[in-house]
Design a protein around this ligand. Structure first.
Ligand code: HEC
Length: 185
C-alpha cells in the first residue's frame, strides 16, 4: 500500500514538473522524452548493436548478482561509442529480474527477458549539472521504455527527487556512476 502511494506521488511530481517546464522559459529544450532525445536514443542503440554491445551478437560478459532498482542479475559493459560522428563513453547494463534465476541461467541464456539501461556521455553543456550524461532505458529489442510522462531518453527525471539522475547523484566519486569512479571531470 505504501509503495503505491509513493509511486503515485512520484507520478504527480513528474507530470507537474513537465507541465511547468513545458510553459517555462526553456520550453524549446525539453529534458527528456522529446523527439530529438528519442531519435538520439535510437541512434545510440544502433551504434551499440553495430559495436556488439547489445543484440543477438552481443559480447558475452559474465553476469553478476545485483539489486534494486535495476534487477537481480546484471551484465555491464563499458566502451567508447561513436554516435553521429562523436565518440564518447557508454555504459550499458542488461538487467534481468527473473524469479529464481541464477547467474548460470543468465550466462547460459543471455537473450532471455531483460531490460537495458544506458548512460552515454554527451557533449559538454548537454547537462552541466550531471556530467553531461544522456540516459535511456530500452527493452532487450531496443524499444525505448516509457515512464510517466514519456519515453525514458534524455536528461531523465532531471530536477525530480527520484529517477535516474536523482538516484545516480548518490554514486560514490561524484561522477554519477556507481560501478567505478573513473568518470568524474
Ligand atoms: C533508486 C536508484 C536508481 C535509479 C532510479 C536508477 N539507477 Fe541506475 N544504478 C543504480 C545503482 C545502485 C547502480 C549500481 C548497481 C547496479 O548496477 O544495479 C546503477 C547502475 C547503473 C548503470 C551502470 C553504471 C553505474 O552507474 O554503475 C547504468 C548504465 C544505469 N544504472 C542506468 C540507469 C538509468 C538509465 C536509469 C533511469 C532509467 C537508472 N539507472 C535509474 C541506482 C539507480
Amino acid at each position: 500500500m505504501k509503495r503505491l502511494t509513493v509511486g503515485a506521488a512520484a507520478f504527480a511530481v513528474a507530470v507537474a514538473g513537465f507541465a511547468v517546464f513545458g510553459t517555462g522559459v526553456k520550453a524549446q529544450d525539453p529534458l527528456f522524452g522529446d523527439a530529438e532525445s528519442v531519435e538520439f536514443a535510437l541512434a545510440v542503440w544502433e551504434a551499440m548493436e553495430d559495436q556488439k554491445l547489445v543484440g543477438e551478437n552481443a559480447i558475452r560478459a559474465f553476469p553478476y548478482v545485483g539489486g534494486p532498482p535495476h534487477g537481480d542479475i546484471l551484465v555491464t559493459l563499458e566502451s567508447m561509442l561513436s554516435v553521429g560522428g562523436r565518440t564518447a563513453t557508454v555504459i550499458v547494463k542488461k538487467n534481468y529480474t527473473l524469479e529464481f534465476a541464477t547467474v548460470e541461467d543468465v550466462a547460459n541464456n543471455p537473450g532471455q527477458q531483460h531490460d537495458v539501461t544506458v548512460m552515454f556521455r554527451r557533449e559538454a553543456g548537454y547537462d552541466d549539472d550531471n556530467h553531461d550524461w544522456f540516459w535511456a532505458k530500452y527493452t532487450a529489442d531496443g524499444e525505448i521504455l516509457a515512464g510517466p510522462p514519456g519515453p525514458l531518453a534524455g536528461r531523465v527525471y532531471k530536477g525530480l527527487e527520484a529517477g535516474c539522475i536523482a538516484c545516480h547523484s548518490n554514486a560514490p566519486g561524484g561522477d554519477m556512476v556507481f560501478i567505478n569512479d573513473r568518470h568524474a571531470m
